[in-house]
Design a binder for this molecule. Structure first.
Ligand SMILES: Cc1cc2nc3c(=O)[nH]c(=O)nc-3n(C[C@H](O)[C@H](O)[C@H](O)COP(=O)(O)OP(=O)(O)OC[C@H]3O[C@@H](n4cnc5c(N)ncnc54)[C@H](O)[C@@H]3O)c2cc1C
Length: 347
């Protein structure tokens, strides 16, 4: 039987980032993951942006999130010799009638991220008639490559068990828990993404799952040096490929790409892009979202050896690094969690 202090369930973005924080603190851990090509981290756009377009304010806690984001992804790039973090400015398109709102926003603290306001965007492939705001820092994280590279690294170091956790197998002993009949752990941290709704202890911790659909297109001639944003983002991947995302659907929680989802994305794309393009792929996944749109971290009130780190929702790339650190400090040093993210608000 394998034994460990911490057993992480799930090696999506959440489990990967938490494992990295445990590793940094030299804690003993194992990860158990049943890989699914449909999990959120395998299909995500991975985009991050420091401004909320609805309010034109800077994103909540962005001054804490950005330093963690840079530190974490750079350090995992060094560990695995991979490249996941792509710093790419965003060009947000808007109509001239709201230009004054952008000008006003530029004079607030959000203005630190608004590098330039353009009166008439004149860029090959982008429709005429838009103003634009250049936003920095912005970019995307290749969560598929990050989880793959880190998965290889965990496997090589005997830290990853490629198995599905059978919840029914969990056997509580005096000072430990036996899992799948083959692993003994002192503490379990659940990072199952949307799979958490099947979790008997945390399934009712405020989840309101959100399906997303996303396209990859080939569009020679579109700008490759920034992310164009209308009602969808058009993210350059290299070699004339672009990711276009995403839809939000709280009703149909499954992994099936739909014609309706595709048409919704194509219409929004057509509103901003004037060049011909070819759809290369169309995928769907489920975001592990929480009712109040904040992550969930913490302990189960009745089972102090069970923990959760989940609820990264539609902002996993930005939220993940900061809250993984918070979770690790809570687990190892008993540092209090922020009430904003503590699972106690639901359980
Ligand atoms: C279409 C789409 C677009 C998105 N775009 C963005 C974006 O632009 N920017 C952004 O920041 N975020 C985006 N997201 C959200 C982002 O993908 C998520 O916040 C993040 O990936 C969640 O990671 P996770 O580890 O919590 O979950 P997951 O990625 O779902 O990982 C959970 C892992 O746990 C495993 N697992 C589950 N149950 C078990 C079990 N019983 N036993 C063993 N293993 C198990 C799963 O197989 C999986 O490997 C998007 C999501 C979608 C679907």
């Amino acid at each position: 039987m394998k034994t460990t202090k911490y057993l992480i369930i799930g090696q999506g973005l959440a489990g990967t980032l938490l494992a990295a924080e445990l590793m940094e603190r030299k804690a003993e851990f194992l990860i158990m993951d049943a890989f699914s090509p449909y999990s959120a981290s395998q299909v995500a756009g991975g985009a991050f942006i420091p401004i909320v377009f609805r309010t034109l304010k800077k994103a909540e806690m962005i001054d804490d999130y950005l330093p963690s984001l840079f530190r974490t992804y750079h350090s995992l790039e060094s560990l695995t010799s991979g490249r996941f973090l792509h710093l790419t400015p965003s060009l947000k398109l808007f109509r001239p009638d709201v230009r004054h709102q952008w000008q006003k926003a530029k004079e607030t603290s959000a203005g630190n991220f608004i590098k330039e306001i353009i009166d008439q965007v004149n860029i090959s492939g982008v429709k005429a008639g838009f103003c634009g705001a250049v936003i920095e820092p912005s970019g995307w994280v290749d969560t598929k490559m990050l989880t793959a590279k880190m998965g290889e690294w965990f496997l090589k170091n005997n830290l990853l068990i490629e198995e599905k956790l059978d919840y029914k197998s969990i056997d509580f002993q005096k000072d430990s828990i036996i899992v799948n009949g083959s692993i003994r752990a002192e503490k379990i941290i659940f990072c199952e993404g949307a799979g958490a709704i099947h979790n008997p202890w945390f399934g009712n911790a405020g989840f309101t799952l959100n399906k997303g659909e996303i396209l990859e297109i080939e569009a020679p001639g579109l700008p490759a040096d920034f992310i164009v944003r209308g009602d969808v983002f058009v993210m350059p991947l290299g070699n004339d490929r672009f990711r276009v995302g995403s839809t939000y659907d709280r009703k149909n929680i499954d992994h099936n790409p739909t014609e309706a989802g595709k048409q919704q994305l194509l219409q929004k794309l057509d509103a901003i892009i004037s060049l011909p393009f070819k759809v290369i792929s169309h995928q769907a996944g489920i975001r592990p979202s929480i009712k109040d749109r904040k992550p969930i971290l913490g302990t189960h009130p009745g089972f102090p050896q069970l923990f959760i780190f989940n609820g990264l929702g539609s902002k996993g790339v930005l939220y993940g690094p900061y809250h993984a650190k918070e979770m690790a400090d809570f687990l190892l040093y008993g540092k209090a969690l922020s009430p904003m993210v503590n699972v106690s608000r639901y359980l």
